[in-house]
Write a protein that binds this ligand. Structure first.
Ligand code: SF4
Length: 114
């Protein structure tokens, strides 16, 4: 991805807003990602409702498309982005995706879903 010049706003691979929920130490939802942090929203103990709000969804839709997103290679957002959409980076990211999910135990959610 770095050799390709990172994320390109004309054809973004970043799915930071839709794959990752960033909560600040002040209990705010940060969008579209922590590094850019265009806007924060107080969660007020209602993350579910907040996440559905139109303004939040509009910011999520701008993931990877903002001017500052051109050339971005922030790995902590690209890794989850590549895990959910099959593109040229999906296979390259697969070993680290498996390692992450194995070590973090996220696969357990598939077994103990309520
Ligand atoms: S491309 Fe980079 S700066 Fe833009 S939303 Fe994704 S992670 Fe954030």
């Amino acid at each position: 991805m770095r050799r390709d010049g990172g994320n390109h706003i004309s054809d973004p691979v970043c799915l930071a807003g839709s794959t990752t929920i960033v909560i600040s130490p002040k209990n705010e939802l940060v969008l579209p990602c922590y590094h850019l942090g265009i806007k924060t929203f107080p969660i007020k103990n209602n993350l579910f409702e907040l996440y559905q709000a139109q303004e939040v969804q509009e910011l999520i839709a701008l993931e990877g498309r903002l001017p500052a997103c051109e050339g971005c290679t922030i790995n902590c957002y690209m890794q989850p982005s590549f895990a959910v959409e099959i593109n040229k980076y999906w296979w390259q990211a697969l070993p680290s995706t498996i390692k992450y999910n194995r070590e973090k135990g996220t696969w357990k959610r598939l077994l103990f879903k309520s």
